[in-house]
Design a protein around this ligand. Structure first.
Ligand code: TXA
Ligand code: MG
Length: 347
């Protein structure tokens, strides 16, 4: 770890946004709200500044960053090729919670893209994020503002808990509207491919493009439901997700976590049964059970619930699986399965 920083906590006033923008221009780190989750930002074109993000998060340095811009036309600084498909997606979904992966310009540092020849670009619809990027006069590389491996931060207090002393400033905005990270859509090749699901669904993207959109193989049900454990007959070498962020331990709460999947009433009673059994044996148990079909609400609350249960110090979290036949339900399940280390029982 580098030396402890004196972290400024800034209300999102015009003056403070200017102050934060200057920190970014000078190569520093600023955490800021977006509509999805809080981001940890640095000047995307400054390799040293981007290196500091990896240090602050404790993140492996081959994990590429999403580069945030405040006007669609700024994408020209990052890529030279805007295919009709890319233009269509930008027209339909920006600003908003959709990241696109495109071929990168040579000027974009390898540090920012984890050595890939593509770059992930996003235009958030959050006003504070837009004001910060615009005042910084540079694209901002920003992963989620959590310590690597933990749940993404959806509230200013979550960022403060993880990043105090590690970054130069934290902009204190409202709770994030969406609550899970943006959909990542790879448009660098022929076939549009979803690398990470989010609230912009495959269905919505297919409607905009008028063609089929695939999920990356690592997202398919079979791959999701197996543990990355050679004892289960799955070799990690067979499981190479295209989005490099998908291969690390992710979103994990401090507590042990188990997902219960099945018909609603059975899930409820199994969770009740396991809770009672565990409590009898001296473990404290937290439960995450969303309303059936309240997918957006589940997205909004999921990471915050994990963090709150960790703050309460529970030993074990029991979570009811959501239906993944809905695109947003699928996106939340993607996070839930990773948080639980793919620990799931069916009833
Ligand atoms: O909603 C979001 O996207 C948030 C906010 C802050 O904007 N950011 C975020 O960043 O979730 P991060 O770093 O936690 O996740 C970035 C994801 C990772 O899974 C990473 O592997 C993938 O995007 N990614 C980034 N660049 C890529 C590239 N060139 N090719 C493929 N995947 C890429
Ligand atoms: Mg993240």
């Amino acid at each position: 770890m580098t030396e402890k920083k004196n972290t400024l906590i800034l209300k999102p006033t015009k003056e403070n946004i200017e102050k934060a923008a200057k920190i970014i221009r000078d190569g520093g780190l600023v955490a800021f709200p977006t509509e999805t989750v809080y981001g940890l930002g640095a000047d995307a074109m400054n390799a040293d500044a981007v290196g500091r993000i990896y240090e602050a998060k404790g993140r492996p340095s081959d994990n590429p960053m999403i580069v945030h811009i405040s006007r669609a036309s700024d994408i020209g600084q990052l890529t030279r090729m805007l295919s009709p498909q890319i233009v269509e997606i930008i027209d339909n979904f920006w600003p908003g919670p959709l990241t696109i992966v495109v071929k990168k310009r040579p000027e974009v540092p390898d540090r920012t893209t984890g050595g890939l020849d593509t770059v992930a670009v996003r235009l958030p619809d959050n006003e504070i994020a837009q004001a910060l990027i615009s005042a910084s006069c540079c694209p901002i590389a920003a992963p989620s503002a959590n310590l690597s491996g933990g749940p993404s931060p959806t509230r200013a207090k979550d960022v403060i808990a993880d990043m105090m002393g590690r970054v130069d400033a934290i902009i204190e905005g409202d709770d994030c509207r969406v609550g899970i990270e943006s959909t990542v859509l790879d448009l660098s090749g022929e076939e549009p491919t979803i690398l990470r699901p989010g609230i912009i669904t495959a269905e919505a993207i297919e409607a905009a493009l008028g063609r089929e959109v695939k999920y990356d193989a690592s997202l398919t049900e079979a791959a999701q439901h197996v543990q990355l454990d050679p004892a289960n007959g799955v070799d990690e070498a067979d499981f190479q997700p295209k989005s490099p962020g998908m291969k690390y331990k992710h979103y994990a709460p401090k507590a042990e976590m188990l997902i219960v999947e099945g018909e609603r009433n059975k899930v409820k009673s199994e969770i009740e049964r396991l809770k009672t059994m565990n409590e009898k044996l001296g473990n404290s148990v937290g439960v995450i059970l969303f309303e059936e079909k309240a997918f957006l609400e589940a997205a909004h609350d999921f990471f915050a619930r994990l963090r709150d249960l960790d703050s309460e110090g529970v030993d074990m979290i029991l979570a009811g699986a959501l239906s993944d036949s809905d695109g947003v339900g699928f996106a939340v399940m993607n996070r839930m399965l990773k948080s639980a280390g793919y620990n799931i029982v069916k009833v």
